[in-house]
Design a protein around this ligand. Structure first.
Ligand code: GLT
Ligand code: MN
Ligand code: MN
Length: 413
C-alpha cells in the first residue's frame, strides 16, 4: 500500500469505522446509564515515562462531543475544571456556571463529582496526612465538591484515596490515619445533609474507589473488600450514605475475580457506582477500554450485575491509548467503548434467557436427589454427572460471546 498522507488519514479512519458497522445510534446509547469522565476524554497520553501525544480539551468540547456520541452523563474532578488556585474561591462559581450552561445546551447531565486528593503537592503526605492543616484543607475540598455536586445536579460523589499510603513505613500510624480519613468522609457526608436541605434534593451517594497499587507504594485501603470493612468499622457517622465505586481493572490488578469482588459488594448492598474498563492481572493501572482484553470475563460480570438489578452508573473510566489522536478520541475511542459495553450488556441478557444455561443451572441446583445426607459417597455419585455442566455452561458462554449459539461455525475449506 502507498503511504497515506496526513490529509487522508482522518477520512481513512472514518471509512474503516463505518466499515466496522454495528454502531448504535446516540438515542439508543442514551438509554443506558453510561457516564463519561472529563479526565478520560481530556487525557493527553502523559505518564511517568510518557510525554503527551494529544493536546488539551476543555469541558465545553468534552460535553459537546459526549452529547453527539450519545453519552448522556458527564462527571469530573474539581480540579479537572477549576484551577487549584481558584477552588473554594468565588471565582469557581463562574466556571461552575459555564459548566451548567454547557450541560444544558447539550442535554447532558452531571452524574458525579469527585475531589482530586492525589495530584497536588499539598497531598504529598496523603489526604489524611499528619499535619492537621492538610486534613482540614482536604475536608474543605470534599465539602466544596459536594456543594458543586448539588449545584450541578449530581447524584454521586466518588473518593479515590490515591495518595492514602506511603513509600516507606514507620511514621504513618495506620489505625490513626484510617480514623483521620473517616473524619474527612464524615465532614463530606455531614455537609451533604445540610446542602441537600438547602437545595431540596436527596443527599449524594458517596462512593469509595480502591486501587491496590500506585501511586503510593503501600496503600491503606487497597481493595473494595478493605473499603467494605472500613465502611462497617463504626468510624463513619453515616455508613448508610457511603458505598463503593469499584473499578473493574483495580480489582483485577490485585488478582481478584472481579465478578466475585462485585458479588461481595452486592451482598453488602454497597455497589453504588462502577468504573468500567479493562486490563491485565498484576500489572499497573493501564485503563484499557472495556472489553478489549477480557470480553468473556466482562460478559460474566454483566450477567451477575443484571441478575442483581444493578443498572448503573457505568463510568467509562479508561484512558484512550496514546496512539489515538485527538480526533480519534471522539471518532473511535468513546463510541466503540460505549458500543462494546452495550453489546456485552445485551448479550448478558441473552445468557440469562438462554435455555441451555437456564436448564443447566436449575439442574445443578436440583442436585441428584440423595436423601441420606450422611452418605458421603452417595452424594458424590448422585452429583457426578451434573457437575460436568460447569464446563458445559462455560462453553455456552463462549458460544454466546462469539455468536456460535446462533449457528456461526467454521469449517476447513
Ligand atoms: C484517577 C484514578 C481513577 C479514579 C479517578 C477518580 S482518578 O484517574 O486512576 O481510577 O476513578 O478520582
Ligand atoms: Mn476509576
Ligand atoms: Mn484505573
Amino acid at each position: 500500500m502507498a503511504p497515506i498522507p496526513p490529509s487522508q488519514q482522518q477520512p481513512l479512519v472514518e471509512r474503516l469505522m463505518s466499515a466496522c458497522g454495528g454502531a448504535y445510534s446516540p438515542d439508543v446509547r442514551r438509554k443506558y446509564f453510561i457516564t463519561g469522565p472529563q479526565w478520560a476524554a481530556a487525557y493527553e497520553g502523559n505518564a511517568l515515562f510518557h510525554a503527551p501525544t494529544r493536546t488539551s480539551v476543555d469541558f465545553e468540547r468534552v460535553i459537546e462531543e459526549y452529547a453527539k456520541i450519545g453519552i448522556g452523563h458527564w462527571c469530573t474532578h474539581d480540579t479537572d475544571v477549576i484551577p487549584s488556585t481558584s477552588v473554594m474561591k468565588d471565582e469557581q462559581w463562574e466556571i461552575v456556571g459555564r459548566i451548567k450552561a454547557s450541560l444544558q445546551k447539550n442535554g447532558v447531565q452531571c452524574s458525579m463529582v469527585t475531589t482530586e486528593t492525589f495530584h497536588h503537592a499539598v497531598f504529598a503526605g496523603g489526604p489524611a496526612a499528619e499535619a492537621p492543616e492538610v486534613r482540614a484543607y482536604a475536608a474543605e475540598r470534599l465539602k466544596n465538591t459536594v456543594h458543586i455536586g448539588h449545584e450541578l445536579g449530581a447524584s454521586y460523589a466518588v473518593y479515590w484515596p490515591g495518595s492514602f499510603g506511603y513509600y516507606t513505613a514507620g511514621t504513618v500510624d495506620e489505625p490513626q490515619a484510617l480514623k483521620w480519613y473517616a473524619d474527612g468522609l464524615n465532614a463530606a457526608c455531614n455537609a451533604d445533609i445540610e446542602f441537600a436541605k438547602k437545595y431540596n434534593r436527596p443527599t449524594l451517594k458517596h462512593c469509595m474507589e480502591a486501587k491496590p497499587f500506585e501511586p503510593q507504594a503501600e496503600i491503606l485501603l487497597p481493595t473494595s473488600d478493605a473499603m467494605l470493612a472500613f465502611i462497617f468499622s463504626g468510624l463513619l457517622d453515616h455508613p448508610d450514605m457511603v458505598g463503593l465505586n469499584p473499578e473493574y481493572l483495580h480489582e483485577l490488578m490485585w488478582g481478584a475475580s472481579v465478578r466475585a469482588a462485585l458479588g461481595r459488594a452486592l451482598l453488602c448492598k454497597k455497589l453504588f457506582h462502577f468504573d468500567i474498563n479493562d486490563g491485565y492481572r498484576l500489572k499497573h493501572d493501564v485503563d484499557i477500554a472495556v472489553g478489549l482484553v477480557n470480553p468473556l470475563d466482562w460478559l460474566n460480570v454483566l450477567v451477575l450485575l443484571r441478575s442483581y438489578g444493578f443498572n448503573g452508573p457505568f463510568n467509562l473510566d479508561y484512558k484512550p491509548p496514546r496512539t489515538t489522536s485527538n480526533h480519534g478520541v471522539f471518532a473511535v475511542s468513546f463510541p466503540t467503548a460505549v458500543d462494546r459495553f452495550i453489546t456485552l450488556w445485551e448479550m448478558a441478557g441473552e445468557v440469562m434467557e438462554d435455555a441451555v444455561m437456564k436448564e443447566a443451572i436449575e439442574a445443578l441446583k436440583a442436585g441428584g436427589g440423595v436423601t441420606d445426607i450422611h452418605d458421603v459417597d452417595g452424594i458424590v455419585k448422585a452429583n457426578a454427572e451434573l457437575l460436568t455442566l460447569h464446563e458445559l455452561t462455560a462453553h455456552r458462554l463462549f458460544q454466546i460471546l462469539v455468536g456460535a449459539h446462533k449457528g456461526r461455525t467454521y469449517s476447513i475449506a
